[in-house]
Write a protein that binds this ligand. Structure first.
Ligand code: 4NP
Length: 151
């Protein structure tokens, strides 16, 4: 199973989602993350994201931001988007229905139709990052559960 987590800058939400997801899946599963913009390409995650992950004994400090590519839609089995804008951008880059089917909103997995977006903590504070961590942890747990139930 190959999973790609996607947000806007690939420095806050999706690096956290990648780090959390990796702790919940066997080592033979591939988890990566990307952004829909290339503005932060090559940068490590935001210091607040690194600290928040570290508070939960997860090391995301060596990740580097990269923009999503057309190859990702072939290479990955599941592509989880953090909000509606990211979802629309990602879908606009797909080239066929098979690729389109791989792309969904991350929080859909929790089945809560009111809260479908992982809020962007970029302009927030450490509390916002912790809230995002908790939300991502819940979603990742559910994704892992669903995968194991099916296999
Ligand atoms: P992310 O957060 O999409 O969760 O990585 C953001 C990071 C950077 C910007 C926006 C959101 N930015 O505009 O630079």
């Amino acid at each position: 199973m190959k999973i790609l987590m996607v947000c806007l800058g690939n420095i806050c939400r999706s690096p956290l989602a990648e780090g959390i997801m990796k702790t919940k899946l066997p080592e033979n599963c591939i988890v990566d993350s990307a952004g829909t913009i290339s503005m932060h390409e090559g940068e490590h995650p935001d210091k607040r994201a690194i600290k928040t992950a570290a508070n939960h004994t997860i090391d995301i400090s060596r990740q580097r931001s990269r923009p999503i590519t057309t190859a990702d839609f072939e290479n990955f089995d599941k592509i989880y988007c953090m909000d509606e804008g990211v979802l629309a951008d990602a879908i606009s880059k797909t080239e066929n229905e098979e690729q389109r089917q791989k792309v969904s909103l991350f929080l859909e997995v929790l089945g809560d139709h009111k809260n479908t977006e992982v809020p962007d903590p970029y302009w927030g504070d450490m509390k916002d990052f912790e809230n995002v961590f908790q939300l991502l942890d819940k979603g990742c747990e559910k994704i892992a559960e669903n995968l194991f139930l099916k296999s």
